[in-house]
Design a protein around this ligand. Structure first.
Ligand SMILES: Cc1cc2nc3c(=O)[nH]c(=O)nc-3n(C[C@H](O)[C@H](O)[C@H](O)COP(=O)(O)OP(=O)(O)OC[C@H]3O[C@@H](n4cnc5c(N)ncnc54)[C@H](O)[C@@H]3O)c2cc1C
Length: 336
């Protein structure tokens, strides 16, 4: 399918609700395009608590966040949905093509992406990585600055500085031990880490072997290099001493922030400040063929839980398909 080809349903956001909507749409033979602002699937579960266990998702007595995302992705993408990661949806318009009225979404990277219906599963809004407060830091993206570790091989033999005090920072300080050059510098602005105690103890043990260098309370102040990154200046905020540390890869793992952003300006009625009003019977918003499910969808008494979002995704997908095809809403069982 061409990048801008018409699909039945655009899904905005690849969290648990978006992936569930993709499953239900695919199960009904609808073509799907998912657009997600992050470079990863899984919404809040992947971005905020990948290493925590979740106990209340139907059918899973206890499941690790990352595992849940993996299972949701396997289920949701099995019918071949097109997935566009790293694109933030910004505009929604209605256009006419061959006598058919279509929804056209534009992103910060391109578009228009055309579809017959849309399901907004945007959670609390588009996630963006928190960035270091250094002037011109964005210019280092693609030249040594990383907000995620997707492929360990990228860091093979490199001098790495990891910034952060949470689980991701500690996990990758340990996880890149067999890949990056030693010592991996771990920089945190406080003396105490928020990460799991056992990970911190492991990092301290590796520090004793010269494989990790823990730098606290410290902050990265400057990036140096000519085209590609070569070093960073790290300041100890207690003593004021600054040091230049070799650095080919600066990996900042400082969490994410989210914003509903442009979606709030599409003329959809809102429920409160952060949710889009839907009719809970159909999950349709106040605009025809635009549906919403999951945390972003609001109505009186709404509970924001994964299981609820998945249920709404099923309602939204089945209603969207019925509307596109001019049929009665009729879910089909998945058993074969
Ligand atoms: C610490 C924590 C613990 C939790 N524990 C539980 C629990 O135990 N059980 C439970 O049921 N729930 C739990 N929750 C809540 C649960 O994570 C959410 O209910 C669930 O993630 C909502 O799923 P969603 O798909 O609606 O939205 P999200 O998971 O928020 O996903 C939305 C996605 O849409 C993307 N997006 C948004 N706007 C745009 C845009 N304009 N363009 C492109 N992409 C966009 C975002 O980047 C994001 O990836 C917890 C939440 C937190 C923070």
């Amino acid at each position: 399918m061409s990048a801008n080809g018409v699909v039945d349903i655009t899904i905005l956001g690849a969290g648990p609700a978006g992936l569930a909507a993709a499953y239900y749409a695919g199960h009904r033979d609808a073509s799907v395009r998912i657009i997600e602002s992050l470079e990863q699937l899984g919404g809040q579960v992947a971005a905020v608590y990948p290493e925590k266990h979740v106990y209340d998702v139907a059918g899973h007595p206890k499941v690790l966040g990352t595992k849940l995302v993996e299972l949701c992705a396997e289920q949701g993408l099995q019918y071949g949905a097109e997935v566009r990661l790293g694109e933030e949806v910004q505009t929604l318009e209605r256009v006419s093509q061959n006598g058919e009225e279509l929804l056209a979404v534009g992103t910060d990277k391109g578009g228009p992406y055309l579809s017959r219906a849309m399901i907004i599963t945007a959670g609390h809004g588009a996630f963006e990585p928190r960035k270091l407060g250094i002037d011109g830091i964005d210019e280092w993206e693609g030249k040594g600055l990383h907000y995620f570790v997707r492929e360990k091989a990228v860091f093979q033999g490199q001098t790495c500085v990891i910034v952060g005090g949470g689980d991701s920072a500690l996990d990758w300080t340990l996880g890149l031990q067999d890949t990056a050059q030693h010592p991996i510098a771990l920089v945190h602005r406080r003396d105490n880490f928020r990460a799991l105690e056992s990970s911190v103890s492991e990092a301290r043990a590796l520090e004793g072997e010269g494989r990790v260098r823990i730098m606290t309370p410290c902050e990265v102040r400057e990036v140096h290099g000519d085209g590609t990154m070569e070093a960073v200046t790290i300041e100890n905020t207690k003593t004021g001493e600054a040091e230049q540390v070799p650095c080919q890869a600066l990996i900042t793992l400082l969490g994410f922030h989210s914003h509903l952003g442009a979606i709030a300006d599409w003329g959809l009625e809102l429920e409160g400040k952060r949710q889009i009003r839907i009719d809970p019977m159909t999950c349709e918003t106040t605009q025809p063929r635009v549906y919403a499910a999951g945390d972003v969808a609001g109505y009186p008494g709404k509970i924001t839980l994964i299981t609820i979002g998945m249920g709404e995704a099923a309602i939204a997908a089945n209603n969207a398909i019925a509307q596109i095809r001019g049929e009665k809403v009729q879910p089909k069982y998945s058993t074969d």
